[in-house]
Design a protein around this ligand. Structure first.
Ligand code: GLA
Length: 393
């Protein structure tokens, strides 16, 4: 089924659901994807280079105005519902899913935009907690919808920054800008080469040749992921501070591996040194990966993916036996060019570049290997690299 047909069916089904809930049809529909990151992990908040792609899994949002001055939140995926009156300020409510849209609304209000009551229905097909950015997807779809419906005049880049604000200030995760950027600016069959310091980017052909991108969800429930993520952010800040004793830099990624090697003695904490080593070397790997992709050198690209994974496992310590099991299997399969964990880690998803005609074999073999080792099965998807946020038509 083409993605266009799929989205049409999805929209029709959601419209039926909307009518069942609200007794009237939705007037507008929007969609924002999730993302995978090909390489450049834990780099965005260090001002370096990343290479994410939007995927065809994502969050749909149907809306209709109401005259009651109320924001009504409903989701096909979650039982929690909320009817929240239009007021000037909101705070995060427990760990409910609608905190993400509520944070977006808060930002619109902070900027003085006039809003009106809205009935909303969300549907996501990104597995929750899978590291494919379901949170950026819901933030960005909401920001895009409100910007469109209330003529708020934000640029696409404003929407990215606004959604990052929600994550950082409303939700409390000190994440970088990669996810929100990727789900906003993603393009079909392209990877984004994004400089997270300047926010310059280029959409490059994701030349996978006769390979496809496989996404393997470990299905490991993520625990403590947020606190560990924020801990890594702090460790990188400590490394930067140590280097700034002698170097005039603003981000860890302002220096390459050679310069780092000359100054790394300034970092006295062994753990902080490991984290910084990952960041600097990973940033250099992204530069090599971009060259490999441009030169259709998938073998080199794959080698860099494996190196990235090893570094995230040993130096950054954000992998785990589940993600490692997927990559271990991939290394034994001659139809796989490369594999690595993607996203924050601590569970979530791995990606692999798999020969298209061997995808089914890969899928059943990795499931067998993983299940024997971990005790439950992973889910395997063949991903399509899709477009960024937009109107669902
Ligand atoms: C999460 C964050 C991103 C990025 C990745 C790791 O997805 O939201 O900002 O830091 O982890 O690369």
């Amino acid at each position: 089924m083409s993605s266009r047909t799929y989205f049409k069916i999805m929209k029709d089904q959601l419209q039926q659901e909307f009518i069942a809930i609200y007794g009237k049809p939705a007037a507008n529909a929007f969609f924002s994807p999730g993302r995978v990151n090909l390489i450049g992990e834990h780099i965005d908040y260090n001002g370096g280079l990343v290479m994410p792609c939007a995927i065809t899994l994502g969050t749909s949002m149907l809306t209709a105005p109401n005259n009651d001055g109320v924001f009504r939140f409903r989701s096909v995926n979650f039982e929690d519902t909320a009817d929240i009156p239009l007021q000037s300020s909101y705070t995060k409510e427990n760990s409910c899913w609608y905190n993400y849209p509520l944070g977006v609304i808060q930002h619109f209000l902070n900027d003085g935009h006039q809003l009106q009551g809205l009935d909303m229905l969300y549907h996501g097909n990104i597995p929750i907690g899978s590291g494919l950015s379901s949170s950026a997807s819901i933030e960005v779809v909401t920001a895009f919808a409100f910007n469109t419906l209330f003529n708020s005049g934000y640029s696409k880049l404003d929407l990215v920054k606004l959604s990052k604000w929600v994550e950082n200030k409303f939700i409390g995760l000190n994440s970088g800008i990669m996810d929100q950027f990727a789900v906003t600016f993603g393009e079909k069959d392209k990877a984004l080469m994004l400089n997270c310091d300047t926010l310059d980017y280029e959409a490059v052909d994701s030349n996978l040749g006769d390979h496809v991108l496989a996404i393997i969800n470990t299905n490991k429930p993520r625990k403590l992921a947020e606190s560990k993520y924020n801990e890594r952010v702090q460790e990188c800040a400590a490394a930067l501070k140590a280097l700034q004793q002698e170097l005039d830099i603003h981000n860890l990624c302002d220096i390459d591996t050679d310069t780092f090697n000359k100054y790394k003695h300034l970092i006295t904490d062994a753990v902080v040194l490991k984290r910084a080593t990952h960041v600097i070397e990973e940033n250099d790997r992204v530069k090599l990966a971009a060259k490999a992709l441009a030169g259709n050198n998938l073998a080199e690209f794959g080698r860099l993916m494996y190196a990235s994974h090893d570094s995230l496992r040993d130096l950054y310590e954000v992998s785990g036996k589940e993600l490692d099991a997927v990559v271990e299997y991939a290394k034994t399969d001659t139809n796989v060019a490369g594999a690595r964990m993607t996203g924050a880690g601590f569970g979530g998803c791995a990606i692999a570049l798999v020969k298209a005609d061997a995808f089914d074999d890969f899928s059943s073999e990795v499931i067998n290997y993983y299940t024997a080792k971990i005790g439950y099965a992973p889910s395997v998807y063949s991903s399509l690299i899709g477009d960024g946020v937009g109107i669902l038509s």
